[in-house]
Write a protein that binds this ligand. Structure first.
Ligand code: NCD
Length: 306
């Protein structure tokens, strides 16, 4: 039985297969409408979510399955002191697959060790967010036609931004990838990515503090929200939150075929005038999140592609 806790739990071939399945689902949704008949997804969300939870639920419903779960720790027995491991054991009696989001790094991993059904990490603290990465890869491959030979700029909160960590781990396994890390000193990429990916694997990267300077070189610009909920010092958050704002003027410094991604929600990082630029792909990216999660549910439940 497989779970998805870290994006490197999947081989590159498996990721490419998931993308192929998602593309087939987009082209032929009816073929998949009953694939998960009588299967249940449990969404255990101990942290706020709009896109991730609802796209998981929509994914399971569009596969003909059903959904149980809770959003907010206060609505579950966690508020009575139940451990993540016990919750996972209990939910294994009621569902076929779990998607879990938790503020503590490692919680979905603990759940996967206790559960008797597959567990999907839907975001653990400031650590990882593998299913957002799958959505990002589907978006890049549909928009650019490839996942190799790309210069990817990651901008904003690279320290606490879990989507960035998983995206770097995933993209670094494709050929000809270069990263441009755009952040202030205080929000630079953490050691586990710096050493495990960039230094140990010799992946090329540069670190800059200016978005304007990086812009003309990028094929993909990945904007992020400064993760307010991870700061212990709110004054520091206030000081850093609006350092990078992508507006139409800055986007004009990019190549005509650069794409702009953002896992969303955005706060101030992208002005609304950018939304109508054909290079803005973040709403399409949210749609890709549903299709790739459909592919992932089928894969982890061992259900063959149509
Ligand atoms: C991201 C997350 O939860 O890490 N959102 C998402 O899942 N699309 C990004 C964020 O909250 O900033």
């Amino acid at each position: 039985m497989r779970s998805l806790i870290d994006i490197v739990d999947l081989t590159v071939e498996e990721i490419d297969d998931l993308i192929a399945t998602a593309n087939d689902i987009i082209a032929n949704p009816d073929k998949y409408a009953e694939k998960c008949h009588r299967k249940k997804l449990a969404t255990l969300f101990f942290e706020p979510s709009t896109r991730t939870r609802l796209s998981f639920e929509a994914a399971m419903l569009e596969l003909g399955g059903s959904v149980i779960g809770f959003s907010g720790a206060s609505n579950s027995s966690a508020s009575k002191g139940e451990s993540v491991a016990d919750t996972a054991k209990i939910v294994s009696c009621y569902a076929d697959i779990i998607a879990m989001r938790h503020p503590k790094e490692g919680a979905p991993c603990v759940a996967s060790q206790a559960a008797s059904i597959p567990v999907i990490n839907a975001g653990d603290g400031g650590h990882n967010h593998p299913t957002q990465t799958l959505a990002d890869l589907l978006t890049i491959s549909r928009e650019m036609g490839r996942l190799d030979n790309l210069t990817i700029g990651l901008c904003g909160d690279l320290k606490y931004g879990r989507t960035v960590h998983s995206l770097i781990e995933a993209m670094s396994r494709y050929k000809g990838i270069q990263f441009v890390l755009i952040s202030p000193e205080e929000l630079k990429i953490p050691g586990f990515i710096r050493y495990n990916v960039f230094e140990n694997q010799g992946i090329p990267y540069t670190e800059v503090s200016s978005l304007e300077e990086a812009m003309p070189d990028l094929d993909v610009l990945y904007m992020t929200r400064v993760q307010k909920e991870r700061f212990s010092d709110l004054a520091e958050y206030e000081r850093l939150k609006d350092l990078y704002i992508l507006d139409g003027k800055k986007l004009n410094m990019a190549k005509p075929d650069t794409i702009v991604l953002h896992p969303l929600p955005r706060v101030n990082e992208i002005t609304v005038d950018v939304d109508s630029d054909p290079r803005a792909c973040y709403f399409f990216q949210a749609l890709c999140g549903k299709h790739i999660r459909m592919a992932l549910i089928l894969f982890l439940l061992g259900i063959k592609r149509a």
